[in-house]
Design a protein around this ligand. Structure first.
Ligand code: SF4
Length: 184
């Protein structure tokens, strides 16, 4: 059961990719590239978790982590983190997701979030890389492929996840994000 899996904060950093692999049902540890991408890109993590029972799809994702295909800024940012920070972030993201039991937000919240993204200066077309192309295969509309320039996530995916948040403060409402949710 996914919600019973925990990663001990005292565990060595090299065991965390193994724990992630276990959650995804993969027998070998994740590569460093995949691990870094999963930690730094909730959209990628989402796609991995959502695909965990579809071997062909997850194998494709594992072979094409976004950091290896041009997301240099995020990679550089992740490289600056200490091992402990990486482990803490990975643990937090997975545990939040597992506690939510893969639930998604209501249509009302989803539409409110997406509406804010559509008016945001950071909402942009994705770069030409394989992960975003893959995402576009399942998108019904072009706007479903747009990403948040602040975090690199596909907003149509990110906005569905209860534990996700907009990283930018609202211009006129203190303490709130552009999604009009409390800044976490
Ligand atoms: S998540 Fe926030 S910062 Fe990113 S595009 Fe949406 S509104 Fe803008």
């Amino acid at each position: 059961m996914i919600d019973q899996i925990t990663i001990q904060e005292s565990a060595p950093i090299e065991q965390t990719p193994e724990a992630l692999a276990g959650i995804l049902g993969i027998k070998k540890p994740l590569t460093e590239e995949v691990f870094r991408a999963a930690i730094d890109n909730p959209g990628y993590m989402h796609n991995l978790l959502a695909s965990k029972d579809t071997p062909a799809f997850i194998n494709y994702l594992l072979s094409h982590p976004p950091a290896s295909s041009g997301k240099k800024e995020a990679d550089a940012k992740v490289k600056k983190k200490t091992s402990l920070e990486l482990m803490a972030k990975a643990s937090k993201s997975i545990l939040k997701w597992s506690k939510a039991k893969f639930k998604t937000v209501s249509e009302e919240v989803y539409n409110q979030r997406l509406s804010a993204c559509e008016q945001c200066e950071h909402w942009q077309d994705p770069p030409e890389n394989v992960l975003y192309k893959l995402t576009s295969l399942t998108s019904k509309e072009k706007k479903d492929r747009k990403i948040c320039g602040q975090c690199g996530c596909v907003t149509a995916n990110k906005a569905r996840l209860p534990h996700e948040n907009c990283p930018v403060a609202h211009a006129s409402v203190p303490g709130m994000s552009k999604w009009m949710e409390l800044i976490k």
